[in-house]
Write a protein that binds this ligand. Structure first.
Ligand code: SF4
Length: 387
């Protein structure tokens, strides 16, 4: 497939790996802040092919995983109300709240619908003027622009029975919070390419300078990830800490100005809680004053909801890179993708689910898992389901 196969080429992967192996002289810890990259790394066995001195820490980059339990419980409460049509992308339906999930609400009679675009929800609102239609707007700088556009359209068209349950988060403040943590081991970041395709790279040089960390804008295919690692390691070995764009086929320095303008009109920056991490100042968006009437939290008065995380779930430590998923006692036993205890086991971009699917220690393993760390890259890449 054009633009996919080229970036899974085993021979090129081997060359990048050889370069990394030749460059590394001491241990380094790199964090990817993107669930898509985490999925790619585990699926293709990339971490197992790197020199043992290079550790990849899987950061809080999965939008489903970082959505706080409190917001999930608010969604469940709103979706349970009579006269509400609650619309969401499919991966949110299995995310466990304090006591149930959206599938359970639907089985109990709630009108919960899976949509493929927020504009589908707006259409449902137009078709059902006597009912309240709510769209569950979660995610990073990538999903925020279409959700902003939908609210903009609702206001422009005078559709008043539509609202947005907002839980959007921003990557740069999360990087800052990670670097300020006393337990932080991260020495370089692979920044999420799709986030930068929207926001550009302007927010990163100050972070790289303040914390003296290389930040490499990185894509998602195996060669993208390897190239991001190669550039980050090269900087670390040289004692450099600059922002480097290794995903130039998609990311322009200025990002997407039209999307940024839409965000600036519809949203305003606010403090946001991240599941397992806590509140990070300035790390999210809420609807701006002009669009506040479309805020589902206000419309349904669900601002104050008490939540309860499962005591055995260690997803907070997973999201901060303090443990690997299989180091959680519940991994693969009481917690599986079919019966997830925490959000990181729900989404395919979550680190726990990725480890379960591709790296089940002591259980079923994949070809990538069984490949020894020094196996030729062709083994891991070609044996992967999409390689
Ligand atoms: S394996 Fe399950 S219980 Fe353990 S941290 Fe991951 S999501 Fe939480």
């Amino acid at each position: 497939m054009k633009y996919i196969d080229e970036f899974q080429d085993p021979a090129l992967a081997r060359r990048l790996l050889d370069d990394i192996h030749a460059t590394v002289t001491r241990p380094w810890a790199l964090m990817e802040v993107c669930g898509g990259q985490t999925h790619s790394i585990i699926r293709h066995g990339i971490d197992q092919l790197l020199p043992e001195q290079v550790e990849l820490i899987h950061g809080p980059g999965c939008p489903v995983c970082v959505t706080p339990l409190e917001v999930i419980d608010k969604a469940l409460e709103i979706a349970s109300r009579p006269n509400v049509i609650f619309c969401s992308f499919g991966d949110m339906l299995r995310v466990p709240g304090s006591g149930r999930d959206l599938f359970r609400v639907r089985s109990e009679g709630g009108d919960v619908r899976v949509v493929y675009s927020p504009l589908d929800a707006l259409r449902i609102a137009q078709q059902n003027p006597d009912r309240e239609v709510v769209f569950f707007g979660i995610g990073f700088e990538t999903t925020a622009p279409p959700n902003a556009m939908t609210v903009y359209q609702a206001r422009r068209l005078g559709i008043r029975n539509f609202s947005l349950l907002v839980s959007h988060v921003r990557v740069p403040p999360a990087i800052e919070a990670i670097m300020q943590s006393p337990d932080c081991r991260v020495q370089a970041f692979l920044a999420a390419g799709h986030v930068c395709s929207v926001m550009g790279v302007a927010e990163y040089p100050a972070l790289a300078e303040r914390y003296r960390v290389p930040i490499v804008v990185t894509g998602f295919e195996p060669l993208d990830v390897l190239e991001g690692v190669r550039r980050a390691v090269r900087q670390l070995e040289r004692g450099e800490h600059t922002v480097d764009n290794a995903y130039a086929r998609a990311v322009r320095e200025e990002g997407n100005p039209a999307a940024q303008a839409m965000l600036a009109d519809v949203f305003e920056v606010t403090d946001r809680a991240w599941r397992g991490i806590g509140t990070i100042p300035g790390s999210g968006w809420r609807l701006s004053e002009r669009y506040r009437a479309y805020d589902a939290e206000l419309r349904f008065s669900v601002e104050a909801i008490a939540t309860r995380e499962p005591a055995e779930c260690r997803s907070g430590e997973v999201l901060q890179g303090l443990i690997k998923p299989h180091q959680c006692e519940a991994f693969g036993t009481t917690c599986t993708p079919r019966n997830p205890l925490g959000a990181t086991m729900v989404s395919s971009e979550g680190a726990c689910a990725a480890y379960y699917l591709y790296r089940r220690l002591g259980g079923t393993t994949t070809a990538a898992t069984t490949a020894p760390p020094t196996a030729p890259v062709t083994t891991a890449v070609e044996a992967s389901p999409v390689g």
